[in-house]
Design a protein around this ligand. Structure first.
Ligand SMILES: NC(=O)c1ccc[n+]([C@@H]2O[C@H](COP(=O)([O-])OP(=O)(O)OC[C@H]3O[C@@H](n4cnc5c(N)ncnc54)[C@H](OP(=O)(O)O)[C@@H]3O)[C@@H](O)[C@H]2O)c1
Length: 250
């Protein structure tokens, strides 16, 4: 699929990896809808920067956590409706927004479970259901999920997070089947790319040691893989591509 003139929705797009994906796709001529939750200032700044490249760019706020209001199924359907009203028919949907925090096994509270599974799995599912049906009817579309290569080799203390991303990997295959042959559904599974805020140097060194390539990757490594799944080929669906410096193989 050539990106020029296509409409792309990226969730959690204001900062970090989402921002890099947005800039990369804008560089290929895509019109963008940038979703954000708290990062309004960053989203507006990025919107301005992207508009200078001569493509359309809109922003849309939504909290996908259980705190964001009743009924995620309805909220997701309403969000996709709003997105299409702002930008036009969606050609590509990228599930990048994510929640990440540690939970000690034995003391995991239902609230943490619901937040992690809600943002990382339930939200992409219901957004995909709403957008995927429309894409299927139009006989064209791509959905890309951001999972995590740690699913293959989980760290202790992150069970609900890891389970949410494992579910997202399973969802990639389920939806590739449900939406074939018109919509391709794939995932990128990053390894260590950007450390979460507050990660201390010794922990960072330990994470680096677990990669075969002995270094962190960059947001560009992820953005280029997303670009490949959109423009590089239309013959890949149901795939989860690790971009992890060899973590899963180590
Ligand atoms: N960073 C890495 O090294 C790494 C490693 C493995 C996998 N990944 C995956 O790659 C993707 C991007 O990683 P990242 O580190 O750039 O992500 P991130 O900074 O952890 O999160 C991306 C965005 O998600 C949004 N978000 C969080 N909770 C939300 C909620 N309740 N409702 C709506 N939006 C919410 C936030 O938007 P606002 O800022 O607007 O609130 C945040 O900026 C994620 O899916 C992540 O799991 C990243």
């Amino acid at each position: 699929m050539k990106l020029s003139g296509r409409n792309v929705l990226i969730t959690g797009a204001a900062r970090r990896i989402g921002r890099e994906i947005a800039l990369t796709l804008a560089g290929r001529g895509a019109n963008l809808l940038l979703h954000y939750r708290d990062s309004r200032r960053e989203a507006r700044g990025l919107q301005e920067e992207i508009r200078k490249r001569g493509v359309r760019c809109e922003i849309l706020c939504c909290d996908f956590s259980p705190r964001g209001g009743a009924g995620l199924e309805r909220r997701a359907a309403g969000f996709i409706q709003k997105a299409e009203r702002k930008l036009g028919p969606l050609d590509v949907l990228i599930h990048n927004a994510s929640l990440y925090f540690s939970t000690v096994f034995g003391e995991v509270r239902e609230k943490s479970w619901d937040e992690l599974l809600g943002v990382n799995l339930k939200t992409p599912f219901f957004l995909s259901q709403a957008a995927g049906r429309l894409m299927f009817r139009r006989k064209c579309g791509k959905i890309i999920n951001l999972t995590d290569s740690a699913v293959a080799n989980p760290a202790n203390g992150y069970a609900p997070y890891t389970i949410s991303k494992a579910g997202l990997a399973a969802m990639t295959i389920c939806l590739a089947r449900e939406l074939a042959p018109h919509v391709q559904v794939n995932a990128v599974a990053p390894g260590p790319i950007l450390p979460p805020p507050g990660m201390k140097a010794p922990r960072r060194a330990k994470v680096t040691e677990r990669t075969l390539l002995k270094r962190f990757g960059t947001p560009a490594d992820i953005a280029q893989t997303v670009l490949y799944l959109i423009e590089g080929t239309d013959y890949v669906t149901g795939a989860v591509i690790p971009v992890d410096g060899g973590c899963a193989a180590a």
